[in-house]
Design a protein around this ligand. Structure first.
Ligand SMILES: [Zn+2]
Length: 383
């Protein structure tokens, strides 16, 4: 399994200046190569290298960096093409699509740049990197990260890392290859219900509430409303920064929740049953004001954090159909809209069973997990 570990660099002022100059040189050159790719129509790496390699190197990039810049440009065109084909820029003839196709791809002065092992080396004991820059090799750049991440980095890092500058902070995104852990045969399942007020509720009754996150989102929405009216450049910049802070906060929250759920599953020898999120946008149980706060990507992110943390610990994960989990009684199976007298409560009109609505839904997801696992494994045994 591949995953990306992010560490923050703590360069001195002098080191930061060298990094900044390097990113700028790489991206200036990428813009030059991009124009060539656009005018010649040769957008594949090999063809583009023939056209541009000499000039790119002459601009002060070493052989390695030159190749990476050219590959970055070729990759950007591939991504653009795939995006257009997927309809991300609207249908054929749309203004957005025409605009994107009418000019070369451009790179910001601080766009991310990949570094391979020849341009970047890691010292895990000293927690420093040595990195190629346009002004020579910069040594002993300190980095920090969580203990978990540093451990994984030291053992599993493989391939390229991206150098990124964001809001004045420096980061390296390093690719790690994690060896597969065999999945333990689960003894039951923890069901996880995803929601707004409670981001995740488990069938054990644990509610991971999104109070902090919802407060941040609410504040940002208010701010957005006021700033959008202004539409000045500084207002736009502030909005962008806020959005990133919110995304980081959501990711931190999701990591913490995922970790707690996986740890609990591992401790009790169970698997984890998650809702299949295919139709989450269409879910009817969300009322209008909630739809504004609903970020489906955040649910997908939590799902993927759980999946990869579970995979690392050999914990089984199964995705189940979430239809009617909120209206079904987890005690007797009776399905009825009237089982939900309010958003928060579940009360069965048939057997009288009462429980917090999210906990009841999570229990249904858990039993669907048990059933689904039995079916898929019966199929495996037959095959
Ligand atoms: Zn019932």
């Amino acid at each position: 399994m591949k995953l990306v570990v992010q560490v923050r660099l703590l360069p001195t002022a002098e080191q930061a200046a060298a990094l900044e100059a390097t990113l700028r040189a790489c991206n200036d050159t990428a813009n030059f190569a991009s124009v060539t790719a656009f005018t010649t129509g040769d957008r594949r790496e090999y063809a583009l290298r023939k056209h541009t390699y000499r000039e790119v190197k002459a601009r002060g990039l070493g052989a390695q960096a030159a190749q990476h810049v050219i590959k970055k440009v070729a990759d950007a065109y591939t991504t653009l093409k795939a995006g257009i084909r997927a309809g991300n820029l609207g249908p054929k003839g749309s203004a957005r699509r025409a605009r994107a196709e009418s000019k070369p791809v451009t790179f910001r002065a601080d766009a991310a740049q990949p570094f391979d092992d020849r341009c970047l080396s890691w010292d895990h004991t000293a927690r420093t990197v040595s990195i190629w820059t346009t002004t020579g090799r910069v040594k002993n750049v300190a980095f920090v990260g969580s203990l978990d991440q540093l451990k994984m980095l030291a053992v599993c890092r493989k391939g390229e890392s991206d150098l990124v500058c964001r809001d004045g902070m420096w980061f390296l995104y390093a690719t790690c290859e994690i060896p597969d852990v065999p999945v333990t045969e689960p003894d039951g399942f923890i069901g996880v219900d995803l929601g707004i007020a409670n981001i995740a509720t488990t069938s054990d009754g644990t509610r991971h509430c999104g109070k902090g996150l919802n407060a941040v989102r609410h504040r940002n929405r208010e701010l957005r409303r006021r700033l959008q009216a202004k539409a000045t450049k500084s207002a736009k910049r502030l909005l962008k920064k806020r959005r990133r802070t919110e995304a980081r906060f959501a990711a931190d929250t999701n990591h913490t929740i995922a970790k707690q759920i996986v740890t609990e599953a591992e401790r009790t020898g169970r698997g984890i049953a998650l809702e299949d999120l295919g139709g989450i946008r269409d879910r009817v149980r969300l009322r209008k004001p909630q739809r504004v706060t609903l970020h489906s990507w955040s649910f997908h992110q939590l799902g993927s954090f759980i999946a990869y943390k579970a995979a690392r610990h050999g914990v089984a994960v199964i995705h189940v159909d979430p239809a009617y989990t909120s209206q079904t009684c987890s005690a007797c199976g009776h399905v009825d809209k009237a089982n939900r007298p309010s958003q928060a409560t579940f009360s069965c009109t048939s057997c009288g069973f009462a429980e917090h609505a999210d906990v009841n839904a999570a229990r249904n997801i858990a039993s669907r997990g048990v059933a689904g696992w039995a079916v898929s494994h019966a199929a495996n045994d037959a095959a």
